[in-house]
Ligand binder design. Structure first.
Ligand SMILES: NC(=O)C1=CN([C@@H]2O[C@H](COP(=O)(O)OP(=O)(O)OC[C@H]3O[C@@H](n4cnc5c(N)ncnc54)[C@H](O)[C@@H]3O)[C@@H](O)[C@H]2O)C=CC1
Ligand SMILES: O=CC(=O)O
Length: 338
């Protein structure tokens, strides 16, 4: 039997160790990462771009990699985890631990079809508070029209008594709904499946069409996939109240951004609070110039505590893969495979 240690690959960077806050709370994702060296040889991916990453895979540079920690920004090195990329990976590579709740940069189908399958995990729940807080902040900012400050503050609206409509009532949607209740809002939601009463927490399940028609604030909290791309487009925006605002902390492409710009310019809806964009880091100029749009540069989870929780989660997935042969939070598409 070979005594070669399995390789554990880092695709991207681990951030949380040196900050003041990390020192104060005595947490360090770097130390957590280094602790994995008892399970395998830690290797950092150094390929220049997608082409050289694929070539390096084919030339054997990553042979022996069993599991990888992957960041959102590592897409600049590898590109999407699509069929071409997945099929170029060494056969030894079985686990991909992605740092993010949304894993739209990874195509589950080729990962599952590959022999052996490439099991993928994401980071659910750890993101809920920080992202829902961001959604609430965007909602208040857009409702109150804080953007043009004093001038428009006179025309601002209160959240009290308003209807929050959540599209995608998962971890973040439910967290936001609880927080919105503290502002005197009621929640309606649409989801692939109706939730049981305890999970719904008083929020009422409605059809997609009723969600659009009845919401004062439409919050998008569903994953981006080929099925949800542009789920909000010209027709859906037309169904909304003229006074409504859209809050998007999910992914830019769940809205047809050009249609949103037009709807805002034509006063089809009143405003938007956006953390995510179709072609990040680019932002549609029609959004930048519109005073009724409250913008953030994709920083839903950007707190010291949440970033650490996420990095730790990704490392725990790698650990679980190597110790137990199973990822801790495999993506739903692969639950029956693992
Ligand atoms: N702005 C940011 O920094 C962050 C953005 N996100 C984004 O938020 C998304 C949601 O995150 P979580 O709440 O953790 O996910 P989750 O998986 O807990 O919830 C997603 C919900 O959407 C529902 N859904 C899926 N397709 C749908 C459809 N076609 N129509 C209606 N509902 C549908 C699912 O049934 C599920 O209830 C992520 O996929 C990610 O893209 C997540 C974290 C931070
Ligand atoms: O956008 C962030 C994520 O965790 O997904």
């Amino acid at each position: 039997m070979s005594d070669t240690k399995p390789k554990i690959l880092l695709l991207g960077n681990i951030d949380h160790s040196d900050s003041e806050s990390a020192r104060l709370t005595v947490v360090s994702a770097h130390k957590d990462w280094e602790s994995l060296s008892s399970l395998g040889e830690l290797v950092k991916a150094e390929s220049k771009d997608r082409e050289s990453f694929i070539k390096d895979c084919k030339d054997g540079k990553y042979d022996g990699v069993v599991a990888a920690y992957r960041t959102f920004n590592s897409i600049s090195m590898t590109g999407r985890f699509d069929e071409e990329l997945v099929n170029a990976l060494p056969k030894s590579w079985k686990y991909l631990s992605h740092n993010g709740a949304g894993y739209d940069q990874i195509d589950p189908e080729p990962c599952s079809k590959r022999d052996p399958p490439l099991f993928v995990s994401n980071v659910p729940t750890a993101v809920d508070d920080a992202t829902a807080d961001t959604a609430i902040f965007l909602m208040l900012g857009a409702l109150r029209n804080y953007n043009p400050a004093i001038k428009a503050l006179r025309q601002g609206h209160d959240p009290q008594g308003k209807v929050l409509g959540v599209l995608g009532m998962g971890g973040i949607g439910r967290n936001m709904s609880k927080k919105a209740a503290a502002f005197g809002m009621t929640t309606i939601y649409h989801n692939r499946r109706k939730l049981d009463d305890e999970k719904a927490g008083g929020a009422k399940y409605v059809s997609f069409e009723d969600l659009l028609k009845q919401s004062d604030v439409l919050s998008l909290n569903l994953p981006l996939s080929p099925k949800t791309k542009h789920i909000i487009g010209v027709e859906q925006l037309k169904m909304m109240k003229k006074s409504a605002i859209v809050v998007n902390t999910a992914r830019g492409a769940v809205i047809d951004e050009a249609a949103l710009v037009e709807a805002l310019e034509n006063s089809t809806i009143a405003g938007a609070g956006l953390d995510v964009f179709e072609e990040e880091p680019k932002i549609h100029p029609g959004l930048v110039k519109n005073e009724n749009v409250f913008l953030l540069p994709h920083m839903g989870t950007w707190t010291q505590e949440t970033q650490y929780k996420m990095e730790r989660w990704v490392i725990d997935n790698v650990k679980s893969a190597l110790e137990k042969g199973k990822l801790m939070s495999v993506i739903p598409e692969q639950e029956s495979l693992q």
